[in-house]
Design a protein around this ligand. Structure first.
Ligand code: NAP
Length: 349
């Protein structure tokens, strides 16, 4: 089934919005490796032409709905890489839906992801398309591992799903990621949304203070605005979902960053630093009767992994129309296995 879908979708045209940005260029390279036909879309015609390499380009501002719809028309899917997403990202989702395209993005911004789920699902259902935000190294492994664990624990309701992210090694963030963090600083500082007893709340007592990642001792963790806190309750009946990152990392993100410092930031980490970077996602799930299981995924190069996830995930999208969590449109184990060429490994521990 999966291989048939992949074959079908590799013949699909994919529009990349924000195509001349750093992540847009990485996504384009991953799509090209998969022989997908690409349309490069962005707001600046000259910068699009500079990266086109003979591919089709279309220009549209995010504020011009009709131009966006025209730019996406004829594509099977849109991958939106134009962050920060919180200010205007839903405009791209609405235009993709109006053009009859499936939609994914590289957002890690929890409020944008929640807004897409809350406000775009009915339109996507009516148009018969799937929209899945947060197709990233941050948004996909945690959601898929939670689904794998829920099935491993019998498929019934869960008491809790707690997910922890760690990033170690030299590579810093891209300027675009810094902008996204700066634009959502209040959400990041507050720890973001947690899912408690059927609703998302900003105030929640952290359900853990440390996590033991394989090969490391206990790591102090702080509550954080992770994408899977929004997506997991869409496909798992669960009382509590909370996201965490290493306390040291959360402390770095919570400091004030002046706008000028972001402009002075390097556009992207260099290739060698990216190779030295390690990311890890640990998911702990428990049932109401006290059974527990843990799943773990790790890999290197967060931006390269995100590009592979966005490209492969978009080509494999398959599920009922609407705004959907990654686990609703991807086969969890098969998709995690398909990331092996990026160096990603995973296991139930
Ligand atoms: N794990 C994760 O959560 C994860 C991983 C990877 C990337 N990301 C996210 O992906 C996004 C892109 O990162 P990046 O490093 O590629 O940033 P970037 O190099 O700054 O690229 C951003 C692109 O979006 C466009 N853009 C931004 N705002 C726009 C607007 N209002 N209207 C039209 N176009 C707009 C930019 O065009 P202009 O230059 O014309 O503004 C540029 O082409 C960030 O939000 C980042 O946080 C998240």
């Amino acid at each position: 089934m999966i291989s048939r879908l992949v074959r079908t979708f590799t013949s699909m045209k994919i529009a990349i919005y924000g195509a001349y940005g750093y992540q847009g260029r990485l996504v384009r390279a991953e799509l090209a490796r998969r022989d997908a036909e690409i349309i490069l879309v962005g707001r600046d015609a000259e910068r699009l032409a500079a990266v086109a390499g003979g591919r089709e380009t279309r220009t549209a501002a995010i504020t011009d709905h009709d131009a966006l719809v025209a730019a996406f028309r004829g594509a099977g899917a849109v991958i939106n890489c134009a962050g920060p997403f919180t200010p205007a990202g839903t405009a791209v989702v609405r235009a993709a839906i109006a053009a009859g395209c499936h939609y994914t993005d590289t957002s890690g911004e929890q409020l944008h992801i929640k807004r897409v789920h809350d406000t775009c699902s009915e339109g996507a259902r009516r148009a018969g398309v799937v929209a899945t935000p947060a197709m990233t190294d941050g948004g996909v492994p945690g959601d898929l591992l939670a689904r794998v664990l829920a099935d491993h624990l019998g498929g019934g309701p869960l008491h809790e799903v707690l997910t922890g992210h760690s990033v170690t090694g030299g590579a810093g963030m891209s300027r675009g990621s810094m902008r996204s963090l700066l634009g959502t600083a209040d959400v990041v500082r507050s720890g973001g949304l947690a899912y408690e007893g059927g609703e998302w709340r900003t105030e929640a007592r952290p359900r853990l203070t440390s996590l033991t990642f394989p090969g490391r001792g206990p790591v102090p963790m702080s509550r954080f605005a992770l994408p899977e806190v929004v997506s997991v309750p869409r496909h798992i009946e669960v009382q509590h979902v909370q996201g965490f990152v290493e306390a040291d990392l959360a402390a770095q993100f919570s400091g004030a960053v002046p706008e000028e410092a972001v402009d002075a930031f390097p556009e992207n980490p260099d290739a060698e630093a990216r190779r030295g970077q390690r990311w890890a996602v640990l998911v702990r799930a428990g049932t109401p009767d006290g059974r527990r299981a843990t799943a773990f995924a790790e890999g290197s190069d967060t931006y390269g992994t995100t590009a592979a996830i966005a490209a492969e995930g978009t080509l494999r999208l398959s599920g009922p129309p609407g705004v959907r969590a990654p686990a609703e449109v991807l086969d969890p184990a098969a998709f995690l296995n398909a990331l092996a060429p990026t160096g990603t490994t995973w296991k139930i521990t």
